[in-house]
Design a protein around this ligand. Structure first.
Ligand SMILES: NC(=O)c1ccc[n+]([C@@H]2O[C@H](COP(=O)([O-])OP(=O)(O)OC[C@H]3O[C@@H](n4cnc5c(N)ncnc54)[C@H](OP(=O)(O)O)[C@@H]3O)[C@@H](O)[C@H]2O)c1
Length: 331
């Protein structure tokens, strides 16, 4: 048996039980990972609430991200051996079992080696948000060195990855923050310009810091203001959308196409194993050379998964601002 955080029915955070479930056996090309750190994402809270994007295993272990050590491998697994340190994401999605447990059986196609010297908590904290940032900046927006990237929420889970990866790729970065402390953290992470959206006129501050407009506008908010976004764009700018399934905002068609802009929406869980591995290779390189760090806001024991879900939901959906990055949980 193993300890796990799981639900039998969708519902509020208190629906998450912490208790014993059978330890999985790795079949086929699966690898059994002894989990040492997991990270929480907003999507975990939507799935736990009963978003119903797909059928869930019963019981359903919550969580997408993990880091740990290979315990054993299935008969067809060839990439990893017992004792290897690994991290991964894209679990708990599209009907797969989740990661918030002492052990996870994960197909080896979703696992990557953890670089020496990089903590498991860091690898877990960079997992889903890291591949998301990479897919958006490079596959979708084709970021080039010297371009200007704007991101909403420079200390957020996704935003902190976008900020650092854009800097690693030679871009100039403008980020927002909701407090002076978060603004200072954005600067530590490499932001060239930080706008406190609670005290400054954000649209004006963007235009002041990028008079020719921004090349990439990374929207993390669920209610995009396209009048503001399009007014902020440079010629041939790219807008990245990753949130707001129910949003139905107005859209300034003329200014958008006359500038030759493009709009890129995507979900990370539809990327292929090969696409995610390409992201992971860059993430590992940047983690190893220190140009990417995990933005961990809180570390909690796995037994407090329900409380962690509550904090994440209040911060991301109800905008309490309590978090400055990721919640990492330790089994
Ligand atoms: N499509 C995909 O594949 C994908 C992947 C990952 C995430 N997502 C979605 O992307 C969204 C962000 O995820 P996350 O993990 O980054 O969440 P998060 O860590 O909670 O970050 C949210 C960020 O939004 C910022 N923010 C909130 N209100 C703001 C405002 N009015 N102006 C400027 N910034 C504001 C916050 O900044 P402050 O803290 O400074 O207030 C915070 O940095 C979620 O909806 C998530 O579901 C989608």
């Amino acid at each position: 048996m193993m300890k796990a955080a799981y639900i039998e029915q969708p519902g509020p955070p208190e629906q998450i039980q912490y208790g014993d479930l059978p330890r999985p056996e790795p079949g086929g090309s699966q690898v059994l990972v002894r989990t040492t750190a997991v990270a929480l994402n907003p999507v975990d809270t939507y799935i736990r609430t009963g978003a119903g994007y797909w059928d869930l295993p019963q019981p359903f272990i919550v969580g997408c991200d993990l880091a740990g050590v290979v315990e054993s491998v299935g008969p067809d697994a060839t990439r990893f051996s017992p004792g290897d340190r690994v991290w991964g994401t894209n679990q708990g999605l599209v009907g797969r079992q989740g990661t918030f447990a002492e052990y996870s059986a994960v197909d080896e196609c979703w696992l990557y080696p953890t670089p020496g010297g990089v903590e498991d908590a860091t690898a877990a904290a960079c997992a889903l948000v890291g591949v998301t940032a990479h897919l958006g900046l490079f596959r979708e927006a084709d970021l080039q060195a010297g371009e200007t990237v704007f991101v909403h929420g420079g200390t957020g889970g996704v935003g902190s990855m976008v900020l650092q990866m854009a800097k690693a790729a030679g871009a100039r970065v403008i980020a927002t923050a909701g407090s002076d402390a978060k603004a200072a953290r954005c600067r530590e992470l490499g932001a060239d310009v930080v706008i406190n959206y609670r005290t400054e006129d954000e649209p004006q501050a963007i235009l002041d810091s990028a008079p020719g407009g921004v090349d990439i506008f990374w929207e993390t908010l669920r209610e995009p203001d396209f009048d503001m976004i399009v007014a902020s764009m440079a010629e041939r700018g790219r807008v990245i959308l990753i949130a707001g399934r129910d949003a139905r905002p107005e859209f300034p068609v003329g200014p958008f196409y006359v500038k030759g802009c493009s709009l890129h929406g995507f979900v990370m869980f539809k990327a292929s194993p090969g696409e995610l591995r390409a992201c992971a290779e860059d993430i590992n390189r940047w983690l190893a050379d220190g140009s990417l760090v995990g933005q961990v806001s809180q570390t909690m024991p796995l037994s407090e998964a329900a409380a962690a879900h509550r904090i994440q939901e209040e911060s991301t959906l109800q905008k309490s601002g309590a978090l400055s990055g990721k919640i990492v949980l330790i089994p």
